[in-house]
Design a protein around this ligand. Structure first.
Ligand SMILES: [Fe+2]
Length: 482
């Protein structure tokens, strides 16, 4: 085992949470290790070859203060390598300006999602619309061409080496608030993403890029009070922005005295606006009104005759953001709202929106067989879920969106993260393959990678990691079958 220089360990005390429950998911991890072969029980399918790289917050202390929110912790990458039935593991912090300031000065220098660096008023005006956002890219990652990019919601993707997890540099993408969930265009191979450009005339913009360095603008849509959006939907011909009524006055963002998300206001009396853009011409096809609700994650979207079908994991309101502050998550019962699967059928000619409830199972961090069904009709999604008595995401659920049936995998006192689907070679069915999830075993204070059958969620194998891995956000399998 190779231990990387772990200079931060001497400087910051880690959280002292020791309860064998969901609170272990929010205890900082500072150790960086590289292990050639993890202990494995069960059998890993011989065809599984490649690497699962996961991203997420890992350290929540800066100097003597704690960051405020789950989404604020310093980005750490975790790499599970699969070769010849052996699973290797490594983890490493991204070497960002945000983290360097924390380590060297003990200060929060850049605005995080829900933690504010407490600038002076002058500094606030100066930096609100300029690129002084955090580069703490702890949300997601993509491989684009020969580059791997770690992403958050600021326009500064961090380039890293997928073998060593070393930070290689930073790119600059257009806009001010961007999505960490770009789509791959299945035809062109381009990465499609959206951004909010704040300014005198604020706009939503749709962009395409082949290299994460140069961007082509597809569409610009003016908006007076933009919404907080975390992901978007893509079909063969359209991009759909679901603007939930969690809105910000751009001037408040520029001059306000709060962290990024705290500038947004919930408007229960306003609809969710489904903004449909022809992604080939950039034309605004229409804005269609649905019920007020909030979602972080779209599941999938496709065209069905004259209708657009748009599926998302939806909450009644924005309470999910408040419930994921660390001071709530570190309580015995953070009262996490349950998100459920909703389908919007948007009839482009008639202008109507029909909402359908797809399943009762709470679902978050949803994944699909992306290479096969992105922009196309589909049947299955895999996500994290909460048991009826659960306090945090404690299950993996597979939902059949056609008949609403659900399959569950769970283990006592274990908290699995986002399930990543890997298609089997020569797969015939959409769910022929594996589901990979990293779960925290709160009783033992360690984590493991579970390899599940994509059809049944039967556990096929488990690889043990010697430490706990805090609750992460998203990851990608970078083999040939992602
Ligand atoms: Fe996300």
């Amino acid at each position: 085992m190779l231990i990387y220089p772990n200079y931060q360990k001497r400087r910051h005390a880690v959280s002292t949470i020791t309860e064998p429950d969901h609170r272990a998911c929010f205890r900082s991890l500072t150790d960086e290790v590289r292990i050639d072969s993890l202990p494995v029980t069960g059998e890993i399918p011989a065809w599984l070859s490649g690497e699962l790289i996961r991203n997420g917050p890992a350290q929540y202390e800066v100097g003597s203060r704690s960051l405020n929110h789950w989404f604020d912790g310093h980005a750490m990458l975790h790499r599970f390598g699969f070769a010849n039935g052996v699973i290797s593991y490594a983890n490493r912090f991204l070497d960002t300006r945000a983290r360097r300031a924390a380590l060297d000065e003990g200060e929060v220098r850049l605005t995080e999602f829900a933690t504010d660096p407490c600038r002076s008023i002058f500094g606030r005006v100066q930096t609100a619309f300029s690129p002084q956002f955090t580069d703490n890219a702890n949300v997601n990652l993509v491989r684009l061409g020969d580059k791997c990019l770690a992403l958050t919601e600021t326009p500064m993707p961090v380039v890293f080496d997928p073998e060593t997890l070393a930070t290689l540099g930073m790119e600059k993408s257009p806009g001010h608030h961007v999505t960490a969930h770009p789509h791959a265009d299945p035809r062109s191979g381009e990465m499609i993403s959206y951004a909010v450009h704040f300014g005198r005339r604020t706009t939503y913009r749709l962009h395409a890029s082949r290299d994460g360095h140069t961007y082509r603008t597809i569409a610009k849509i003016g908006v007076r009070e933009p919404g907080y959006m975390h992901s978007f939907a893509l079909t063969e011909h359209y991009a759909i922005l679901a603007e939930h009524p969690l809105l910000v006055n751009p001037l408040r963002l520029a001059l306000g005295n709060q962290s990024f998300i705290e500038n947004y206001r919930w408007h229960a009396d306003r609809p969710t606006r489904l903004i449909v853009i022809d992604r080939h011409t950039g034309t605004l096809c229409g804005t269609f009104e649905a019920e007020p609700c909030f979602a972080f994650h779209h599941v999938n979207a496709f065209e069905d005759g004259p209708e657009l079908v748009v599926d998302a994991c939806v909450y009644d309101d924005d309470e999910i953001i408040r419930s994921t502050y660390l001071d709530r998550l570190r309580t015995e019962d953070p009262r996490i709202p349950r998100g459920t699967l909703r389908r919007w059928r948007v009839h482009l000619q008639v202008g109507s929106v029909r909402s359908e409830h797809l399943a009762d199972t709470p679902l978050e961090l949803p994944r699909v067989n992306y290479r096969r069904v992105n922009t196309r009709p589909y049947r299955y999604t895999w996500g994290t879920s909460i048991s009826p008595q659960g306090r945090f995401l404690d299950r993996i659920a597979k939902v059949d969106v056609v008949d609403g049936t659900t399959t569950i995998w769970e283990q006592p006192a274990c908290f699995p993260g986002e399930p990543v689907f890997v298609a089997a070679p020569d797969a015939r069915e959409e769910d022929d393959g594996l589901v990979l999830t990293v779960a925290l075993d709160a009783k033992h204070g360690t984590s493991f990678l579970a390899v599940l059958d994509g059809r049944t969620l039967r556990e096929l194998a488990r690889a043990s990691v010697p430490h706990h891995i805090p609750a992460g956000l998203h990851g990608q399998f970078l083999g040939t079958r992602s």
